[in-house]
Ligand binder design. Sequence first.
Ligand code: KG4
Ligand code: ZN
Length: 359
Amino acid sequence: MYILGIESSCDETAAAVVENGETVLSSVVASQMDTHGKYGGVVPELASREHLRAIVPVVREALERAAVSLSGLDAIAATSGPGLVGSLLVGLTYAKSLAFARGLPLIAVNHIEGHIHAVILESRRAGTPVELPALALVASGGHTHLFRVDENFGYALLGKTRDDAAGEAYDKVAKLLGFPYPGGPIIDCLAPHGNPLAVRFTFAKMKGNALDFSFSGLKTAVLRWVEARDLAAAIAARRALARAEPHASLEQWLAVTQPETLDLLASFQHAVINELLTRAAASAAQIHARAMIVSGGVSANAGLRAAARAAHLPYPVHFPSPGLATDNAAMIAAAAFPKLLRREFAGFDTAADASLKLA
Ligand code: KG4
Ligand code: ZN
């Protein structure tokens, strides 16, 4: 069975064709990085406009690369939330129009469920399916959530961030220090060049649910650290590099980043990874998980992957391959597959929901 997936919840326009929920025949992602980079974050109005420009060619390319025509599809799936409403509307409306015109079933997918299925897809493909119940940590620019994933793909929310998402903390810290958006990849590359124990970050004790996260204190601590130093010239040099060379190399970044800033970045990354893994492992123990899934943009982090391996947890920890960690449409088509089997279709009145909940 062939499903066309469409994803447009934030700043990537993506389309993919996935066969039987496990074979990615094509996955096309048009990034808007160059549009938003200079603003240090996603500008919603620009994102909608870019989606409108990209949606038709991206879907066409996904079908062409998969060598599947619209009449060969079994269903069309689109992200209906959470995300930016103007962005979601473009992909969802286009999916509805195609489904209506072709008489195909429409499947609405929660973006977070998509991230979880990026890992389930690859594990099935590799012949080592994720054992359920599993604990899923979804950490991206918009969310940091812990879910129990049940045998029939039901979800229970165990913990979430009370303020900033983990990826958002990366992006804000990068911006404070003059690095471009998104901050995660660049901080991840620079962190191994500093001392992770140089700067001690303290976390407020969580009242209520001990499995909830809080990352806003970390950003404030970095702001205080920056204010206590004379970094204006170094920050200006990095901003200039970001403007002049949108794809600057690691060596170029190292040349404009002093050792104490490298230490700060290493310590920041160390603190974030520690928070994520500690709470994920505690949640997994609580639900007697048989596996852990780590997904979302932050799961691309090399430091997080190394720390998860070094933790020797008593169950397998599954990460997506880098191309499926950040936003893509293969994960949306994969999440739609069990819904297609259950004939869980969406009506043409399905609304884009910016704060759609999973579970
Ligand atoms: O899943 P995603 O593509 O979009 C959202 O749903 O938000 O995640 C993007 C987020 C950004 O905040 C970005 O800085 C972060 O993921 N990210 C990373 C890395 N690669 C992307 N964070 C840490 N380390 C990385 N290597
Ligand atoms: Zn995402």
